[in-house]
Design a protein around this ligand. Structure first.
Ligand code: AVJ
Length: 323
């Protein structure tokens, strides 16, 4: 154990495997076939996503960083937070921008990284405790759709949910997530929320269908996850990546399209899955927003939008809301 570090574990390594088994049984047999995006992020998938963030076409990461660089000081001052809770990754450059701003304002007492991967979180927590020796690092290993009730209480808290990851939740899941998050907050606690914005369709499309094929590789990697975790025999090359923008739902939808009629065997599930030629497996939705929609979804959850910042191009937004 490292001084100043506490790790609470609500998700064990075996839990993920069980959840994937259940989800695959449902999702690969439904119509249309669908898996939740969390299975995209094994070690290889996380590396590929990291590569995506550096692609010329993939603007969200750069735009969000631009907003944080401009407004981290405002965020520290307006939130008055002594505790930063970060849902999702806890090692990124963005985390440091916020921690540095809170530290500079003389407010920082505690950092709470929240993530599903225990190994990743332990490494991150130890590293950050060394970098910010004056603070407590209280890591929580959990799933943000199930364990928000376990966030540590006390102090003035700011919850950061960055990257536009909230867009991976469909509207009903999103409403539930925001309600659960809000229910755990005290008056004066804040939420810093990153959302990608609706824009020119060509640029939206290009961001998820990059010319180097990294997003295609990232998408197909989920089939390798199924092969490894469920004893599958998917041929990733037999599926085509495509990510169209769905106008009705205002989301980008990542799909794997079966290039031919084929049968896949999942030995762990003792199950055969049939694909027709052209049949779609949906692997992710990534919702895009307008300001009034974000404001009204926050308000429906009992949160009030206080600040709305975008990058200079108006591509991405950070919202600061309070309970
Ligand atoms: C990490 C969920 C924000 O939706 O833009 C990137 C994931 N998928 N390219 C996004 C992703 C395809 C990304 N998020």
């Amino acid at each position: 154990p490292t001084p100043g570090v506490q790790v609470d574990v609500y998700v064990k390594p075996g839990d993920a495997k069980r959840a994937l088994r259940e989800e695959a049984l449902q999702g690969l047999c439904g119509m249309p076939k669908e898996l939740s995006p969390k299975w995209l992020y094994d070690e290889r998938g996380s590396q590929l996503f990291d590569d995506i963030t550096r692609l010329p076409e993939y603007y969200p990461t750069r735009r969000e960083r631009e907003i944080l660089l401009a407004h981290a000081g405002d965020i520290a001052r307006l939130s008055g937070a002594d505790t930063l809770i970060e849902l999702g990754s806890g090692t990124s450059e963005k985390t440091r921008l916020l921690l540095d701003a809170l530290e500079e304002a003389g407010q920082l007492a505690r950092f709470v990284p929240f993530d599903v991967s225990e190994a990743f979180l332990r490494r991150a927590a130890t590293g950050l405790a060394r970098e910010y020796p004056g603070i407590t690092v209280h890591a929580v290993v959990g799933d943000f759709e199930r364990h928000l009730g376990q966030l540590p209480n006390g102090g003035r808290r700011l919850v950061a949910f960055l990257g536009g990851t909230i867009g991976n939740l469909k509207p009903a899941q999103r409403a539930l997530f925001l309600r659960q998050l809000s229910a755990g907050l005290q008056p004066g606690d804040g939420l810093l929320l990153g959302t990608d914005l609706i824009k020119d369709r060509e640029r939206l499309y290009a961001a998820y269908n990059d010319s180097a094929g990294v997003t295609a590789e990232f998408n197909r990697n989920v089939l390798k996850v199924l092969n490894r975790e469920l004893g599958g025999d998917f041929d990733p090359g037999a599926f085509e990546h495509i990510a169209p923008f769905d106008e009705q739902n205002a989301w980008i939808e990542m799909r794997l399209v079966s290039r031919r009629a084929q049968k896949v065997w999942l030995s762990t599930l003792r199950k055969q899955v049939d694909f027709a030629e052209g049949e779609v497996l949906r692997t992710e939705v990534s919702c895009k927003f307008h300001q009034d929609q974000v404001a009204s979804e926050l308000s429906a959850a009992g949160l009030t939008l206080a600040e709305w910042w975008t990058d200079a191009a108006g591509d991405f937004a950070l919202s600061l809301a309070f309970k």
